[in-house]
Design a binder for this molecule. Structure first.
Ligand SMILES: C[S@@+](CC[C@H](N)C(=O)[O-])C[C@H]1O[C@@H](n2cnc3c(N)ncnc32)[C@H](O)[C@@H]1O
Length: 289
């Protein structure tokens, strides 16, 4: 990809852009560097070369702005070349997912994290995935570990629709339970004190929704909190993330004690801006209902 970008647009442009290309099934998504003026003709030439050279690629799209809004989707997609189609089959860790790059959140950059979490799940665990998208964490956990149940929540009706299809396609209907709605409401109504492990893969809501993750665990459980951390020179962004989670947990009255197990960078988001996950074990006071 870097070679194609270099040959079409020169070294400097290639250096900026090639890491911003994502393969999602047979679609290539190029994320334009934000803030730069977009030279559509240049991107179209790159897209055509990609189609010529990589026969498995059928469609190339440009994302002119980052994921946005409650559903974390791309509103500014521009078709560059190939089939004008946004739906595809995306494979990860032996599972297959029907996704639509225009309607739901999807990125291959969470691939390592999906499997890392699946490997932590012990046989018989009940997992709550509060922000499941098309079900990637949930289905990969069901396939690679032996959980009893994975409750898989999303508020976007398209994500829910794809999640349901993906659960069937991967034959995990007896383990993964798709749920449509707001994670806080669903937990309050249906998932109090059920989980050994809770996933919160939505940095924008993680701190605000932490009380509901706590509500969802049994007396003791593990929570994976995903955050976006801005940092300045001299700061340790992992330490900063751990402090943020510790401070938030300390404010929740039902938390009896907690222990930070660890933290890691999931992916860079921008200059001095990281997505980080903090893994924490929480013990809860008894709760009614
Ligand atoms: C970053 S995406 C999740 C990515 C997904 N876990 C994956 O691995 O591909 C966040 C998801 O949270 C959903 N969401 C946003 N607000 C929500 C809420 N209040 N309750 C449940 N889901 C929500 C969005 O629709 C989106 O699909």
């Amino acid at each position: 990809m870097k070679r194609i970008a270099r040959e079409v647009a020169g070294e400097e442009f290639a250096r900026k852009v090639w890491k911003r290309m994502e393969f999602i099934g047979d679609i290539v998504l190029i994320k334009a560097p934000y803030g730069d003026e977009v030279d559509y003709k240049l991107y179209r030439r790159i897209a055509e070369r990609i189609l010529e050279e990589l026969s498995y690629v059928k469609s190339v799209w440009l994302a002119a702005s980052p994921v946005m809004g409650e559903y974390r989707i791309r509103r500014d997609l521009v078709h560059l070349a190939g089939e004008p189609r946004t739906e595809t089959l995306y494979k990860e860790h032996g599972c297959v997912f029907k996704v639509d790059i225009a309607k739901i959140f999807i990125t291959p950059r969470l691939s390592f994290e999906h499997l890392r979490i699946a490997k932590l799940v012990k046989p018989g665990e009940v997992v709550v995935n509060m922000f499941a998208g098309a079900g990637l964490f949930s289905i990969i956990i069901a396939k690679h570990a032996r959980p009893r149940k994975v409750y898989s929540i999303d508020i976007n009706s398209y994500a829910y629709k794809f999640m349901k299809e993906n659960i069937e396609m991967n034959k995990v209907e007896d383990i993964v339970v798709p749920m449509l709605g707001d994670a806080a409401e669903i937990i309050k109504e249906k998932l109090v004190s059920v989980a050994d492990r809770v996933l919160m893969p939505l940095p924008e809501l993680a701190i605000e929704y932490l009380p509901y993750a706590v509500m969802s665990i049994k007396e003791k459980g593990r929570i994976h909190v995903y955050l976006h951390i801005n940092w300045v020179k001299g700061e340790d962004y992992l330490e900063k993330a751990e402090e943020e989670v510790s401070a938030a947990l300390s404010r929740i009255p039902s938390v009896k004690s907690f222990r930070i197990i660890g933290s890691r960078r999931v992916r860079p988001i921008g200059p001095r801006y990281e997505q980080v996950v903090v893994d924490v074990e929480v013990e809860r006071n008894e709760q009614k209902g």
